[in-house]
Design a protein around this ligand. Structure first.
Ligand SMILES: NC(=O)C1=CN([C@@H]2O[C@H](COP(=O)(O)OP(=O)(O)OC[C@H]3O[C@@H](n4cnc5c(N)ncnc54)[C@H](OP(=O)(O)O)[C@@H]3O)[C@@H](O)[C@H]2O)C=CC1
Ligand SMILES: CC(=O)C(=O)O
Ligand SMILES: [Mg+2]
Length: 766
């Protein structure tokens, strides 16, 4: 065995030293446990520990089901191994399996917000192993067995399933089979294969291989068309050497005795064995456009480069994340357990596994959001030979796979707590991973209920076209793309995403409204230095002006622009046709959505370089209003470098005046300042300011100036996992949003959705 099989000169490759350094750095390993309840005061201690803890104990004793209400059980999974088949590295023992098990626990958390601990059990004896695990049930909502070699893994899983009343799932068997099956469905789709006539050779006859054989047969591949091979060659009927009952169940009636012979004319190769187990010459024997899944980890049975050299017509996948098409159980177990836990499934059955495989396969065939394409090291991800399976970082996985699993659990009668509204559940799942989606959820719900007509001014931009299609597909309303029809269709065709039926395009130059808008604009601007011909030229040639005229004249509900022009110039174009609200201030709010601190609104992040006291006070009032619409109880902090006069300096003057102005207005939200950002966000730091009027962490931060606002909102997402949306433009008479230049599809979509939401609010107020 090599010291570390990481040696190809691909850009994403890592070195042995880097891998070791990463694991050793700081707190060794990859996990820590965090508190979810405060333990700072004597009262906290009394509640969380003695005497308070007695109450949930007694409740659970009375009704065991309440353990799901009072403890971590319902979101906890144990990742358990004895280290007898660590990846494809062989029997390394329990201790050496720990990095993999910690890794699986980390993936559970990262991808599905499942809390997980690794338990490495140092016995190779199946009975001892079962005895050790069977009594752990009370602590966990599920058991994920990992890297236990065949055939013991089959006995262990079966016995634990019988003994425990929570899902027991051997990931290397079922997780792998589910993901491989999903990839296979799509690869067959691309190569025009019918499962009923497809011939497959599986190299390996252990945990993963046997489970793959079972699942693909259940999905329609004919048993006669599946051949397994192991260290002794083909697993054929009548063979006696190295056999067990699980291999016998899949023994083929064939004259083939070697992997080479089996591969002659085969359509698919699944490698679930070890590095280098298949040679280029063997692949040359396979059918046209062969499908090769070399899934051994960390090194595949054959590298994609070698496979492509031997068979340029192949579709190749591996278990690694540094090649295209990662067929790895990471796409399965986090989301499968999420769905199973959420319906308190008693088991994970075949219906749930097939539902997961189908959800994965379907997702890969959809358009891929830009953030996901970006994560693929500069590759453009679009369904095809290089992208047959979703990327592990695809944020849509949780909201697609877990609900499919939960639904299958309910339909097959193993859900102990069914979910009534699966669509709502799916949306909530996205929010679990990205608080941004949670805040946006409120907005999107409103928009879905009242779809809006939103004009996308830069309709000839590829990103805008994709955002507009996504807007329509999400049910937010009808997008109108401003641009030339032939050009937009050509771009969409080149992208491989045809414009949906009825998608509206408005060509400013050819529009029947062109004359009406020019006259209307002239009436508005004639005393502001514009001639009729200036207005005609603007309406004809400036998409922002044309789009703004549409909104101002009631031909669209809202407008989104900004991708190709600076914020200031886009705003100038738009305000030619749309006025600021007379009774308010025009400014920008950036929503910062952090996992730990929740949603925080920061303002002004767009317009006023040095706002005076009146402007600051008005910004506070309007942002508090937005916070309330988003479901937050506003707690406004006026930020500065100083906290209540310490240290002394020049900026706090207007800020203090703003606080005084609000004192005089009797507003209905909490506010205070000036204060530093840490004091605003962390109430514990306020103990020395007992007079401070904020009762909790601030969720509206009014910034002293644009420089500080920009530094904050641009630095935070790059330094933390917080998501930012905005700046959302406030204070215009009609809903307009200006995205930052170079924004991605999702950013444009979010802002279009917000514009639509503002339109709904505007209509309700009229
Ligand atoms: N991509 C993914 O998501 C996953 C990949 N895997 C990979 O699959 C492989 C097997 O894992 P798992 O099933 O858990 O392990 P097991 O120990 O249960 O099975 C290993 C199997 O591989 C066979 N084998 C070993 N060497 C060869 C060889 N040279 N030619 C043919 N067969 C061989 C063994 O044969 P015999 O029975 O004769 O000993 C055995 O059947 C590993 O490389 C692992 O990393 C596993 C799970 C997930
Ligand atoms: C991916 C995995 O679980 C394995 O290779 O064992
Ligand atoms: Mg494994």
């Amino acid at each position: 065995m090599d010291s570390l099989p990481i040696k190809d000169a691909r850009p994403a490759r890592i070195t042995r030293e880097e891998a070791l350094a990463m694991h050793a750095e700081g707190r060794p390993g990859k996990l820590e446990i965090r508190l979810t309840k405060p333990l700072t005061t004597a009262r906290d201690l009394s509640l969380a520990y003695s005497p308070g803890v007695a109450e949930p104990c007694l409740e659970i004793h009375r009704d065991p089901a309440t353990a799901y209400d009072y403890t971590t059980k319902g979101n906890s999974v144990a990742v358990i191994s004895n280290g007898t088949a660590v990846l494809g590295l062989g029997n390394l023992g329990a201790l050496a399996s720990k990095p993999v098990m910690e890794g699986k626990a980390a993936l559970f958390k990262r991808f599905a917000d499942v809390d997980s601990v690794d338990l490495c059990i140092s016995t190779e004896d199946a009975d001892e192993f079962v005895n050790c695990v069977r009594y752990l049930g009370p602590s966990f909502g599920g058991i994920n067995l990992e890297d236990i070699k065949a055939p013991e893994c089959f006995v262990i899983e079966q016995r634990l399933r019988e003994l425990m009343d929570i899902p027991v799932f051997h990931d290397d068997q079922h997780g792998t089979a589910i993901v491989a099956a999903a990839g296979m469905i799509n690869a067959c789709h691309l190569t025009g294969r019918d499962l009923k006539t497809t011939r497959i050779v599986i190299n390996g006859a252990g945990a993963a291989a046997i489970a793959c054989a079972e699942l693909i047969k259940a999905m329609g591949i004919r048993p006669d068309n599946v051949i397994l091979c192991d260290t002794k060659g083909v697993v054929y009927r009548g063979r006696t050497a190295g056999m067990n009952q699980w291999k016998s169940a899949h023994a083929a009636s064939t004259e083939c005795r070697t992997l080479s012979e089996a591969l002659e004319g085969a359509d698919i190769f699944f490698g679930l064995s070890v590095k280098g187990a298949v040679t280029p010459d063997m692949l040359k024997l396979m059918a046209d456009r062969p499908i090769l899944f070399a899934m051994a980890n960390p090194d595949p049975e054959i590298t994609p480069d070698e496979a492509k050299a031997a068979r340029p017509d192949c579709i190749i996948a591996t278990g690694r994340s540094d090649y295209p098409n990662q067929v790895n159980n990471v796409l399965g177990f986090p989301f499968i357990f999420r769905g199973a836990l959420d319906v308190r499934a008693s088991t994970i059955n075949d219906a749930m596994k097939i539902a997961a495989a189908e959800a994965l396969a379907t997702l890969a065939r959809e358009d891929v959001p830009e953030e996901v394409s970006g994560a693929g090291a500069g590759r453009s991800l679009r369904f095809g030979p290089e992208y047959i399976i979703p990327n592990a970082f695809d944020p849509r996985l949780i909201s697609r796979v877990s609900p499919a699993v939960a639904k299958a659990a309910m339909e097959s009668g193993v859900a102990r707590r069914p979910i009534a509204d699966l669509a709502k559940y799916a949306r909530g799942l996205s929010a679990r991973l990205d608080a941004g989606v949670g805040a946006l959820e409120k907005i999107t719900e409103v928009v879905r209920e009242s779809p809006q007509r939103v004009v996308f001014a830069e309709g000839e931009e590829e990103t805008v076209i994709r955002a507009a299609i996504a807007f329509r597909n999400a049910g937010y309303g009808n997008p109108v793309l401003v641009g030339r029809e032939d050009r937009i269709h050509a771009i969409a065709a080149a992208l491989g995403i045809p414009l949906p039926e009825g998608m509206e395009i408005a060509n400013a130059r050819l529009s029947a409204k062109n004359r009406v808008y020019a006259d209307w604009l002239y009436a508005r601007q004639q005393r502001h230095g514009m001639l009729l011909r200036d207005c005609q030229r603007l309406v004809n040639q400036d998409r922002n002006v044309f789009a703004a005229c549409m909104v101002a004249n009631g031909d669209a509900d809202a407008l989104v622009t900004g991708l190709t022009r600076s914020y200031a110039s886009a705003l100038e174009n738009v305000t030619t046709a749309i006025d600021p609200r007379p009774d308010s201030v025009m400014f920008g709010v950036t929503m910062m959505l952090a996992r730990r601190s929740g949603t925080v609104l920061v303002a002004d992040t767009a317009i006023h370089e040095r706002p005076d006291a009146t402007t600051l006070a008005e910004i506070a009032v309007q942002t508090a209003g937005l916070a309330r619409r988003l479901g937050l109880a506003p707690r406004v902090a006026f930020l500065s470098f100083s906290t209540f006069g310490d240290p002394k300096g020049s900026i706090p003057g207007p800020i203090r005046d703003a606080v005084r102005l609000l004192d005089g207005r009797e507003v209905d939200f909490e506010y205070d300042g000036e204060m530093a950002a840490d004091v605003a966000l962390d109430p514990a730091l306020r103990s020395i300011y007992p007079f401070c009027r904020l009762t909790g962490p601030a969720n509206v931060l009014v910034m002293p100036g644009l420089h500080a606002a920009h530094i904050l909102t641009k630095a935070v997402p790059r330094l933390t996992s917080a998501t930012t949306i905005g700046p959302v433009l406030m204070g215009l008479t009609r809903p307009v949003q200006i995205v930052p230049m170079g924004a991605g599809v999702n950013q444009i979509l979010d802002m279009a959705c917000y514009a639509a939401y503002a339109a709904v609010v505007h209509q309700a107020a009229e």
